[in-house]
Design a protein around this ligand. Sequence first.
Ligand SMILES: [Mg+2]
Length: 246
Amino acid sequence: MEHDAAYEQAYRQARAMLDRARKDKTWTAAIEQVRDYQRLPPAVVLDIDETILDNSPVEAAVARRGGAFDPALWDTWVRQERATPLPGALAFTRYAASQHVAVIYLTNRNASEKDVTRRTLARLGFPLPEGDETIYCRGDRPEWDNEKSTRRAAVARLYRILLLIGDDLGDFLPGVRTTPEQRRRLAAPYLNRFGERWILLPNPMYGTWENALYVSDTPLNDAEQLRRKREQLRSMDDAIPAGSAR
Ligand SMILES: [Mg+2]
């Protein structure tokens, strides 16, 4: 219940901010948008996975198998079209479309998964206008890798971006695939955007926050990754008197 309420809360906030942003022609959410945007048609940019679609069943399957991401299992899940809308996402995107705000989906799903993703979103009732391409996948163009900033820049040439909505720091900022300390430094100048121009949703299952724990000159095996995770816990163990019972 708390998970669902957190999503409802975020999308209610997004709607309030959308109403404010539409009236303020100087407003843009994207740091990639720097000039000549005031007259562009408005858009909201949303990530897909764990932002508008719930993939927790495939993550549960991954956890049962020992925790390592399995691209083949992920692709099977995507093609089965069993993902469901997250609370608040449908109502928000439909509201935006009703206010003539374009709804852009910017996802790190592969270009090869674009058709099935479009079918899934359409079947679930997400706004998808005829004619305009509103789904931006990784690999749609050769230079579009998992760094979303280049695609945000492409969207920024066509639209004034009112809001960015996502579950990963990479949905808002470039260069987030680095250490936890560097990620904090990157985000520090922009903290006042969260809850206003940037709507962040919680994802405790995966994300660049987790990859940041494994930054290393050599690839880490599963045991080493687990050790890194444990090292990062801010534990009170050292403050517990010796010999005290748990
Ligand atoms: Mg996501």
